[in-house]
Design a protein around this ligand. Structure first.
Ligand code: HEC
Length: 92
């Protein structure tokens, strides 16, 4: 009885994995989309980029990570992609 339930759980979990992995695959696109949806109405990417670049490179990611937790936080599943997108944009 219990063995059957365990197998079912493993089957369900393994079926969910590929979807989770493919969602994390394109942080550039997802980050840009999140910025367009949630952030552009108040400031352009260029404006935000200028602010980010005022800080030393080594501090940017940590600063953004904590700043964005209080500043119109994006949904939990898109935060990492948005953060990576902003950090990359500022380092170009
Ligand atoms: C309702 C308006 C509004 C929205 C929505 C908004 N912002 Fe801002 N943001 C501001 C204002 C105003 C400032 C400048 C003043 C300040 O620093 O709070 C700012 C400043 C910033 C800064 C520079 C501040 C620093 O200290 O580095 C970053 C980075 C930033 N926003 C990111 C974002 C991101 C990412 C989003 C979307 C998830 C977002 N903002 C959504 C209004 C907004």
């Amino acid at each position: 009885m219990n063995g059957y339930r365990m197998n079912l759980a493993v089957l369900l979990l393994s079926g969910m994995l590929p979807a989770g992995i493919s969602m994390a695959a394109a942080p550039e696109t997802d980050g840009a989309a999140t910025f367009a949806q949630r952030c552009v109405k108040c400031h352009s990417l260029e404006k935000v980029r200028t602010e980010i670049m005022k800080r030393p490179v080594a501090e940017r990611e940590a600063h953004l990570k904590s700043f964005m937790q209080k500043h119109f936080p994006a949904p939990a599943d898109s935060r990492a992609a948005l953060l990576a997108y902003l950090v990359n944009t500022a380092s170009r």
